[in-house]
Design a protein around this ligand. Structure first.
Ligand code: ADP
Ligand code: MG
Length: 261
């Protein structure tokens, strides 16, 4: 069994207009320490998938397994990052990063919490900004801090829903490299929702393409590139081929006739 296993998950939202089938046969498996990128058409159910993995919702059918147990209620042992960094303005950057430790590691002395947060902030290039408030930082820096907060408690899985979507292209590429060096320093398992195919290949060990709504797993691509890859890898013919394949899969996903559920 993998660290994260999603088996034949089906889910429909109950709306005034009747049930809205969103997921319809979703399978996904992420071994411990791997990074799984998920792409798919807008509105196909990607954010719904993150809520199911975090235990914030239960699927109508199928199962979500995390670290050997079935997910049936909200999990404290996941880390989450979103497009909006959602930092608390009345707390310093350091105290924002410490927050999950206050929740899951209540007995850890403050001195240790601070040391852990400082270590992560240094890894992402935020040394010297620990005492600042979120509004004193750029968007890219806020997102770096939010990534530190998401992994500070060493979660079973880091779930990210388009975390770099609001950043400009150069800042985004910087963050991709930060993400890879964080992983090299401190391995974690990750599920990344993105609409950027280059991002999915650069960060992923596998890329899962979801079909249009109701989403099922349409295509799984292994990304066998060196672990110490740099942005240059994106300009190789090998990655060019991968991006073409993903592009074609997305076109199929967008054009898929939505069947009955
Ligand atoms: N709480 C909800 N109630 C009803 N419909 C919802 C709810 N959340 C999302 N949806 C609908 O479900 C579909 C999938 O949503 P979502 O998972 O956010 O897609 P994605 O993240 O891939 O864009 C969309 O059509 C959205 O409008
Ligand atoms: Mg979404």
């Amino acid at each position: 069994m993998s660290l994260l296993d999603i088996r034949n998950v089906r889910h429909a939202y109950r709306t005034k207009a009747g049930p809205l089938p969103v997921l319809h046969g979703l399978d996904l498996s992420v071994p411990e320490g791997e990074f799984c990128a998920v792409v798919g058409p807008s509105g196909c159910g990607k954010s719904t998938l993150t809520r199911l993995v975090a235990g914030l919702m239960r699927p109508d059918e199928g199962e979500v397994w995390l670290h050997g147990s079935k997910v049936t209620s909200p999990r404290k042992t996941v880390g989450m990052a979103f497009q909006n960094p959602v930092l608390l303005e009345w707390r310093t950057i350091l105290d924002n990063v410490i927050l999950p430790l206050e929740i899951v590691a209540g007995s850890m002395p403050r001195r240790e919490r601070v040391a852990r947060a400082e270590e992560l902030l240094a890894m992402v290039g935020l040394e010297g900004f620990e005492g600042k408030r979120p509004s004193e930082l750029s968007g890219g820096m806020r997102q770096r801090a939010s990534l530190c907060r998401a992994i500070v408690h060493k979660p079973d899985v880091l779930i990210m829903d388009e975390p770099f979507g609001a950043l400009d292209a150069f800042t985004r590429e910087d963050l991709w490299q930060t993400m890879r060096s964080l992983r090299a320093a401190e391995p974690f398992t990750a599920l990344l929702i993105t609409h950027d195919l280059r991002e999915s290949v650069f960060l992923g060990d596998q890329v899962v393409v979801l079909s249009g709504r109701p989403a099922r797993t349409q295509h799984v691509m292994r990304v066998d590139l060196p672990a110490d890859r740099t942005l240059d890898v994106l300009y190789t013919p090998e990655v060019g081929d991968m991006l073409h394949t993903l592009r074609d899969e997305i076109k199929i996903a967008q054009g898929r006739v939505v069947e009955d559920a």
